[in-house]
Design a protein. Structure first.
Lengths: 268, 285
């Protein structure tokens, strides 16, 4: 089966004040269609850049990225992107934000609004249609952003530490809701995180990237049954066993000077 | 916000770093005056200065030839407004000029601001000229515009446009430049065309900057209209003041000035309302 996203010997170049820094060359990775893949790795190894390449927002100086077998040359039309920072348009109300995708596709307004109402109900935002983003809590803004991404019915969902700014309770609620929404649809998810527990709890597959020069250090299948409850699954022995195995792999990359690696690992 | 920041820094390091900080910090610990007290004090200041003016001219300390008398000025304003109705046509002229200058200047400013912000080469090439033009006291252009466009409204509108344009142009330029790349990428991922990006991200983002400069640009439009009229016109508040000045009618000069200030104050209050509505999506601090 054709992978949803196929990175074929790409290079990762990060923009730095002094010009640029190549952190990876000849990196290959395939994301199977319909799977939930999380990617972990030390800061600065180019995880976000990889995601931006899958989105078609950035291009690799070498190699190529294929999406469902086709070489990506512009914005990835199959993908939606959930950013780490707030990306809702502050001057639009919540419902106007959620219906933005359909409106941009020239969908009749009434229809788009109806569709957006449906998504608001799904993410539990009914009643907040006419609020502005600043009036919502961080968790609610994430729900709105999720609805904004999913309303265009993307085949691929790209997520860059989307829940890292939330408190731990809200975060676990969002994770469970994301899993529930994902399970209904069978979309491909590429999810970047700093939190190994989150990575395992959500994923079919955890990809560990190494420190510079970045390469795929390991791919760990997570064969815990679904549906999962991300809070409960963390207590299970097979979860902890998997955590230990991946962590021992990751620890070498993170290094002692990087300090803790987990929810507390600071990354702006 | 500033005050809060100062208090926060103070709390964080336990010391107050400068006199300025100290002033702000103590100001917040004092009891705040309520809106009623403030309104009362505002009225007191008004009554006080009029009274001072009245006493000054009544006792001969201030020569009424140069300073007129508050009662005379009040009477003149009253008569202009309600007895002879002399002022209405002039007020209407000035406001029309200001409004036209505001609309045209804003439209041009937005168009050029967007263009310059999107096309880097334009901005780079024209940068020194724009700075030059901005540094120029543009009021000096009034006589030239009089020559070019005559004594009618056009010359005043032209002067107003040059003033308003600069304010709006810079704000639009800045607004577009400072569009969050996250917002842009998000809307691009939602498959927006370049035109849709302009309409849904760049323009609204610039609008926020333009709205917050409304006070300045409308003020400039009025100033330009009055100055233009003062230099040469057959109608308008500036013309009224110039006429009065020509016959040493200080009462007329003061009446014209006070009337203008009142009109500006009224417009300013309206703009405040409008701004609060248009920028209601912004977090109130």
């Amino acid at each position: 089966m054709t992978p949803a996203v196929d990175f074929d010997s790409v290079s990762i170049r990060l923009a730095t004040p002094s010009g640029g820094l190549t952190v990876a060359t000849d990196l290959s990775l395939s994301i199977a269609a319909g799977s939930f893949v999380t990617i972990v790795g030390p800061s600065g190894c180019g995880k976000s850049t990889l995601l931006n390449m899958a989105a078609g927002l950035l291009f690799s100086p070498a190699g190529e990225v294929r999406v469902f077998g086709e070489r990506l040359t512009g914005i990835n039309r199959h993908a939606a992107y959930l950013f780490q920072q707030d990306a809702l348009l502050p001057w639009r109300t919540v419902i106007d934000n959620i219906m933005l995708g359909p409106v941009l596709q020239k969908c009749p307004r009434a229809e788009a609004r109806e569709n957006a109402r449906g998504w608001m109900a799904k993410v539990g935002l009914t009643g907040f249609e006419n609020q502005f983003p600043y009036q919502l809590s961080g968790g609610m803004r994430k729900r709105a952003a999720l609805a904004q991404s999913l309303i265009v019915d993307p085949r691929i969902l790209l997520m860059d530490e989307p829940f890292s700014a939330l408190d731990i309770q809200t975060r676990q609620i969002m994770e469970n809701e994301l899993l529930a929404l994902w399970q209904e649809t069978g979309k491909t998810v590429m999810f970047i995180t700093h939190d190994l527990e989150e990575a395992i709890a959500l994923a079919d597959q955890v990809v560990v990237l190494s420190a510079r020069p970045a390469r795929v250090k390991g791919i760990y299948p997570v064969d815990l049954e679904r549906p999962r409850d991300v809070t409960e699954i963390r207590m299970r022995p097979d979860f902890m066993e998997l955590y230990r195995r991946i962590w021992s792999d990751l620890r070498e990359e993170v290094g002692p000077h990087h300090g803790a690696f987990g929810p507390a690992g600071a990354h702006a | 916000m500033n005050v809060m920041n100062n208090r926060l820094t103070e709390a964080a390091d336990g010391t107050v770093s400068s006199d300025e900080d100290l002033g702000l910090a103590t100001a917040t610990t004092r009891r705040q005056a309520g809106p009623r007290t403030i309104a009362t004090l505002q009225v007191a200041v008004f009554v006080g200065s009029i009274l001072l003016w009245h006493v000054g001219t009544a006792t001969g300390l201030m020569d009424p030839f140069f300073f007129s008398r508050p009662l005379d000025v009040g009477e003149r304003i009253w008569s202009w407004l309600f007895v002879s109705g002399y002022i209405w046509i002039h007020l209407a002229t000035t406001l029309t000029e200001a409004l036209l200058a505001f609309v045209i200047g804003t439209a041009l400013g937005v168009a050029f601001g967007l263009g310059f912000a999107r096309v880097r080469l334009l901005a780079a090439v024209f940068n020194p000229y724009i700075r030059m033009f901005n540094a120029l006291p543009r009021v000096i252009l009034a006589p030239i515009f009089l020559l070019w466009f005559g004594l009618g409204m056009a010359s005043k509108v032209a002067l107003g446009v040059t003033l308003v344009f600069m304010v709006v142009f810079f704000n639009t330029f800045q607004g577009v430049r400072e569009v969050s790349p996250i917002l842009l990428n998000n809307v691009r991922m939602l498959r927006a065309s370049p035109r849709q990006l302009l309409r849904h991200v760049y323009l609204p983002s610039a609008m926020a900057w333009i709205f917050s400069s409304l006070h300045t640009s409308i003020g400039f439009a009025l100033v330009a209209a009055v100055i233009g009229e003062y230099m040469g016109a057959a109608q308008g508040i500036g013309f009224v003041v110039a006429q009065a000045e020509g016959v040493f009618d200080t009462t007329g000069v003061f009446a014209g000035l006070i009337l203008t200030s009142l009109v500006v104050l009224g417009i300013d209050l309206l703009i405040e309302r409008l701004e609060a509505y248009l920028l209601r999506w912004r977090h109130q601090q």
